[in-house]
Design a protein around this ligand. Structure first.
Ligand code: ADP
Ligand code: MG
Length: 399
């Protein structure tokens, strides 16, 4: 993984070296941070991500022989060669290997074919070379970037005419069914649909989008990403466990999804669940988190960007205390940043490590970052990686 912004030239060069031919084009899809709305996307709720300048690039060309050749400059093991007609998800109970990193792009080709978007023997064959600046496993959604760039390239190579939202849905299906990760729709939608200078408000039930202006530089603000560089093992099981709790909560309350529990009637709902302290906490997180997304939008629409800070910090407390998905490193970022003068801070992404975001006055960005770095050193943690989240464009063709 390389930290510099990787240009299309690097992707073309890599493609030539690996495949000994010219690509037909180069496409890019970004990673993301979520401003607010955590673990709400599988509850039919609201999320508000923004795309990062960090992107996964794919140099690609179509093939007519039904062969899919995949290569990543960021993964060991050389070229992975598959036949598109043979692609099929591994059954859940089969266990074992689903194909490593190549399962993400192969899953996308499978999803396009399974949906009938790509049809006919051998349709979807291609050579693809990837190079990415999205840190992997840092909660910044390198996996969605990899999927979305694949679908975006194939969309053009095969003239499929897919809208970005449809690309996001097919990529989610690839990750759910083919890779076997039960993720919601946020990451893929962010990577496919975000716009430069904006945060993306997404209603995951209606699949309705709104681009909300979020020009931090113009307001003298900065949003820092603090990648803790830790990933605690319990993350994967905990994700499925939280989903199950949310479904149990919805059942107990007689609603389709926790989205249907009105914030105004939260106390009543929690009263119904009394006695099951875990469900009370999980439901309270999701319902208040949806409300916080609406609050952030209201404040941004009113031009009161600074005032979203405390809402972010409240969101962190809810992730930590009610949803119980934070960890010592993420809590330390939030506490230290706020004590050092940040406007607000929260963990972002699935939790149990990964990254936090910190909203600061531009003038304070350096001192707040330094305070966090020093606190990590004092605690004996690995040094965090800190960089600004500049709201960037979604998936696109570069060359
Ligand atoms: P996140 O999406 O938060 O970065 P995930 O665990 O969901 O973390 O996805 C990370 C995985 O995605 C990696 O382990 C790898 O399999 C795959 N991946 C992401 N980017 C690349 C890349 N550039 N090349 C190869 N594999 C990648
Ligand atoms: Mg991911």
């Amino acid at each position: 993984m390389n930290d510099s912004v990787s240009g299309p030239d690097r992707a073309v060069e890599g493609f030539r070296k690996v495949f000994g031919a010219e690509p037909e084009g180069v496409w890019a899809a970004p990673g993301r941070v979520n401003l607010i709305g955590e673990h709400t996307d599988y509850n039919d709720g609201f999320v508000m991500p923004l795309a990062l300048p960090h992107t996964c690039l794919a140099a690609a060309r179509a093939r007519t022989d039904g062969v899919l050749r995949l290569h990543s400059g960021d993964a060991p093991g050389g070229v992975v060669e598959l036949r598109v007609d043979d692609l099929a998800p591994v059954a859940d109970d089969a266990g074992g290997d689903r194909g490593g990193w190549a399962a993400y792009p192969a899953g996308v080709v499978w999803a396009l074919r399974d949906a009938g978007v790509l049809s006919g023997d051998g349709a979807g064959g291609a050579d693809l070379h990837y190079t990415s600046t999205v840190p992997t496993g840092a909660g910044l959604s390198s996996s969605a970037a990899l999927e979305v760039v694949t679908a975006t390239a194939l969309n053009e190579l095969y003239g499929l005419g897919l809208e970005p939202m449809r690309i996001a849905q097919l990529c989610q299906r690839a990750e759910n069914v083919f890779v076997g990760v039960p993720c919601g729709i946020m990451d893929q939608t962010a990577s496919a649909c975000c716009a430069e200078g904006h945060a993306l408000f997404l209603d995951t039930r209606e699949m309705a989008l709104r681009q909300v202006p979020f020009d931090l530089a113009a307001e003298g603000l900065r949003l820092l990403v603090v990648d803790t560089q830790v990933k605690h093992e319990l993350g994967d099981g905990a994700y499925a466990n939280r989903r199950a709790s949310c479904e149990a909560g919805a059942r107990a309350l007689g609603v389709n999804a926790l989205r249907d529990v009105a914030y105004e009637h939260l106390d009543e709902a929690l009263g119904t669940l009394a006695g099951d302290e875990i469900l009370v906490k999980r439901v309270r997180h999701v319902v208040t988190e949806n409300h916080r997304v609406e609050e952030v939008i209201e404040r941004l629409d009113a031009g009161a960007t600074r005032s979203i800070g405390p809402v972010l910090t409240d969101g962190h407390a809810s992730c930590r205390d009610d949803f119980e998905i934070s960890c010592a490193e993420l809590d330390l970022v939030v506490e230290t940043a706020n004590a050092a003068g940040a406007l607000g801070a929260r963990m972002t992404g699935g939790g149990f490590g990964g990254s936090a975001i910190v909203l600061v006055e531009e003038a304070d960005a350096e001192s707040v970052g330094k305070a966090v770095t020093e606190a990590f050193a004092a605690a004996g943690y690995r040094a965090p990686r800190i960089f600004p989240a500049v709201p960037s464009a979604g998936a696109r063709r570069l060359a």
